[in-house]
Design a binder for this molecule. Structure first.
Ligand SMILES: C[S@@+](CC[C@H](N)C(=O)[O-])C[C@H]1O[C@@H](n2cnc3c(N)ncnc32)[C@H](O)[C@@H]1O
Length: 216
């Protein structure tokens, strides 16, 4: 396994389940976060024959592949990335070719999504990729500026923070585990008037960074 990945998991004493997925302690969830998790569990319980076909309904695969490559190009040799809400892990399917030196820890609070990632990523899991069942608002790692811990050179998250009711806490956690000078990238749904109306109808908050003054 990627050496920094192995030491961050060992240092944080995160146990690996019999299904090969690491498990962090889960916090107790607010009712709106619980509702979001139930929804994601229902989506994950369906069977998908062609994952890229399903993904293409909500993502431009070509655009995201381009953005992944742009992100990877900023990272130093041997970097470790945390993908928050990484789900099926498809962003990293080309990693052995594009950046064989980089490690990616994909975390998600729906374990069934991580089991799907095992199928999507095949032998990358256990070498360059590890999967962790955890919550974005309670990351089980020491601060990234802690001299005794490897820390993450990059935190990557796509269409996940927009679904987290405690958005400010998720941002603080991402910042906390990053090494000084590390890169944070968050892609969320574009704030079009239509999207804002849909969110209002669903009774959800549309988070925009300009609406927050987050103390980090
Ligand atoms: C819309 S999906 C996006 C998945 C993936 N990033 C992608 O681009 O295909 C959102 C993912 O975030 C996860 N998620 C939502 N809230 C989370 C939280 N608080 N902690 C960890 N994962 C979370 C969901 O389980 C789901 O897999």
């Amino acid at each position: 396994m990627h050496s920094k990945m192995a030491s961050i998991l060992v240092n944080a004493a995160i146990a690996q389940g019999t299904d090969g997925i690491y498990s962090a302690p889960m916090p107790s969830f607010s009712s709106d976060q619980d509702a979001e998790r139930d929804l994601r569990e229902r989506v994950a319980s369906q069977h998908y024959d062609n994952y890229l076909d399903v993904i293409s309904h909500s993502h431009s695969i070509t655009v995201m592949d381009y953005e992944v490559d742009r992100f990877l190009a900023k990272l130093p040799q041997g970097a470790l990335i945390l993908d928050i809400g990484g789900c099926w892990g498809w962003h990293w399917r080309r990693l052995a070719v594009t950046r064989p030196d980089v490690g990616v820890l994909i975390m998600d609070f729906v374990r069934a999504n991580l089991r799907y990632a095992q199928q999507v990523l095949g032998p990358l899991v256990g070498s360059q990729v590890a999967l962790m069942h955890a919550d974005a608002t309670a990351l089980p790692f020491p601060d990234g500026d802690n001299a005794g811990s490897p820390g993450f050179e990059g935190v990557w998250t796509v269409q996940a923070f927009q679904h987290i009711p405690n958005f400010a806490c998720a941002c603080r956690e991402a910042h906390r585990v990053l090494k000084p000078g590390g890169h944070f990238v968050n892609y969320s749904l574009h704030a079009t008037p239509f999207n804002r109306i849909v969110y209002r109808l669903l009774g959800k908050t549309f988070h925009t960074l300009s609406a927050y003054s987050i103390q980090i």
